[in-house]
Design a protein. Structure first.
Length: 237
C-alpha cells in the first residue's frame, strides 16, 4: 500500500516546477534578522528552477500579523500581446511564520497542492534582490524523498550580475546545483493590469451588457411599483 502511494506521489511531483531528491529537506541558513515587512510589494522573477514561462511577477502582502500572502502573476508577452490578446493569470499561496525563533523560515501552503512547503529567505537586501529556497517532504513518504525549488527575485525587471552570482554561489555552498535555475524573460512584458484590445473590448462588452441588464431590471421594477401603487389606490377608494 505504501509503495503504491509513493508511486502516485512521484507521478504527481513530476508535474511541479521543482527538483526531486532523496532524503529530507536540506537545512538552509536563512538571512539574519529577516524583516518580512520590508519584503512586501512587487518582485520580478529573474531565475528559478524548472521555469519556461516569461513575465513572472510576484506580490507579497500582509494579511494579518505573522501571516502573509504571495501572488504569482503570469503575464502574456510577445506575439500574444502584439495581436491584442494580452492577459494575466494568478496563483496565490499563504505564508506564515513557522517559529518566531527561526527568523527567515516560513510555512507556505499552496491551494490544491500536496503537503506544505518550508520556505527559507537565504539572501536579501530588501531593495534590490531576494533569494528564496522552498522544500517539502510529501505526506506518506516518510522523508524518503523531497522536492525543492529556488528563486532569485529582483525589485526591477533586471538584476545586477553581482547579486545574481551571490545567490547562485550560496546555493552551490549547499550542494544545490544553480544550473538547474532557468532565466525568466522579463522583456516585452506588458505592465500590470493592462489588457489587449480584444480582451479589453470583450470586458467592456460584458460591462455594457451588465449595465443594460441592470437598466432593464430597474425599469421593470419601477413599472411594477407603479402598477402596484395604482392597484392599491383603487382598492382603498
Amino acid at each position: 500500500m505504501f509503495s503504491l502511494a509513493l508511486l502516485v506521489l512521484l507521478g504527481v511531483s513530476t508535474c511541479s516546477a521543482a527538483t526531486r531528491a532523496l532524503g529530507g529537506c536540506p537545512k538552509i541558513q536563512p538571512e539574519k534578522d529577516v524583516d518580512f515587512s520590508q519584503l512586501l510589494g512587487t518582485w520580478y522573477s529573474i531565475q528559478q528552477t524548472s521555469n519556461s514561462a516569461p513575465c513572472l511577477r510576484y506580490n507579497i502582502t500582509e494579511e494579518s500579523f505573522g501571516h502573509y500572502q504571495i501572488t504569482e502573476t503570469r503575464v502574456s508577452s510577445g506575439f500574444v500581446d502584439a495581436i491584442g490578446f494580452h492577459h494575466e493569470s494568478e496563483n496565490t499561496a499563504d505564508i506564515a511564520i513557522s517559529d518566531p525563533s527561526e527568523e527567515g523560515v516560513f510555512d507556505m501552503k499552496v491551494p490544491y497542492d500536496l503537503g506544505n512547503y518550508k520556505v527559507t529567505i537565504f539572501l536579501t537586501d530588501y531593495y534590490n534582490y531576494m533569494a528564496m529556497f522552498s522544500c517539502r517532504t510529501l505526506p506518506m513518504t516518510k522523508s524518503i524523498f523531497h522536492t525543492w525549488s529556488a528563486h532569485i527575485f529582483s525589485r526591477e525587471k533586471v538584476l545586477k550580475v553581482e547579486y545574481l552570482e551571490k545567490a547562485r554561489s550560496r546555493l552551490s555552498a549547499y550542494n544545490l546545483d544553480p544550473f538547474l535555475l532557468d532565466n525568466t524573460d522579463q522583456s516585452n512584458c506588458a505592465e500590470a493590469g493592462s489588457k489587449g484590445v480584444f480582451v479589453k473590448a470583450a470586458a467592456e462588452g460584458v460591462n455594457v451588457l451588465k449595465d443594460t441588464v441592470g437598466q432593464v431590471a430597474d425599469n421593470v421594477v419601477t413599472k411594477v411599483k407603479g402598477v402596484l401603487s395604482h392597484i392599491d389606490s383603487d382598492y382603498h377608494e
